[in-house]
Write a protein that binds this ligand. Structure first.
Ligand code: PGA
Length: 241
């Protein structure tokens, strides 16, 4: 089971380090992997604090390995900092930075080549859901991002309906499970061997178990609630039971 803490751009440098120090003292059982995804500026310092007890993930990566790409960070550089995971295609990046499926595909290829585990984020907005286009849209996102990647590659897919992200309006576990099943169907059709499916979108200590034990997800991708020590600890404790 895996819990990805996506700290987005919420925490100051000092607060990120303070929270990382708390997390290493949590009781994290063998069956649960916790991945902290702080701002890029805090990756190295967080790694120093957490060592091997907790994993490190980046919130983004660029597709070229090196060169004249001002402001970008390659998977190779992230690996040097100790990142073993990278979030790709997060809806906030699709929305605010206009990331397209073709860009996300290139990032996927780069992360696979660098052996950083990609976490592919997919999900529909409220309009698509109302129109009944969720399955078609998410299927397209997955197919486009995976084009040209060997189905033997280990993969993590995070289903995050956009309307549920940061809104407190979490997707009903039964609806999330229906999407999990659809994603399963796509992956079977693509003959994918090893993959996990996570749920994300307003996960907190009250509902986390519903997604993992109820809806059968392999873990969760948590934003807001993962930036608060008490909520993060309570989610880990809830997953233990
Ligand atoms: P949220 O964010 O938990 O704050 O809804 C989830 C995400 O965007 O990964």
């Amino acid at each position: 089971m895996i819990l990805i803490a996506n700290w987005k751009m919420y925490l100051s440098h000092a607060d990120a380090l303070a929270l990382a120090k708390e997390v290493v003292d949590f009781n994290i059982p063998k069956g649960l992997e916790v991945v902290l995804c702080p701002s890029a500026t805090a990756l190295a310092a967080v790694k120093e604090i957490v060592g091997k007890k907790v994993s490190l993930g980046s919130q983004n990566a660029f597709w070229h390995e090196e060169g004249a790409y001002t402001g970008e960070i390659s998977c190779t550089r992230l690996k040097e900092l100790g990142c073993s995971y990278v979030l790709l295609g997060h809806s906030e990046r699709r929305q605010y930075l206009d990331e397209k499926n073709t860009m996300i595909r290139q990032k996927m290829h780069a992360s696979v080549a660098t052996e950083i585990q990609p976490i592919l984020c997919v999900g529909e907005n409220a309009t698509l859901r109302k129109k009944g286009m969720t399955v078609e849209y998410v299927t397209r996102q997955i197919e486009a991002a995976l084009e040209g990647i060997e189905p033997t590659t280990e993969l993590i897919i995070a289903y995050e309906p956009i309307w549920a992200i940061g809104t407190g309006d979490a997707c009903k576990p039964t609806d999330a499970k229906a999407m999990r099943d659809e994603i399963e169907t796509v992956m079977k059709r693509l003959k994918w061997k090893k993959y996990l499916v996570l749920y994300g979108g307003s996960v907190d200590e009250k509902n986390v178990v519903d997604y993992v034990k109820g809806a059968g997800f392999d873990g969760v991708l948590v934003g807001g609630a993962s930036t608060k020590k008490e909520s993060l600890k309570a989610m880990i404790d809830a997953l233990l039971q």
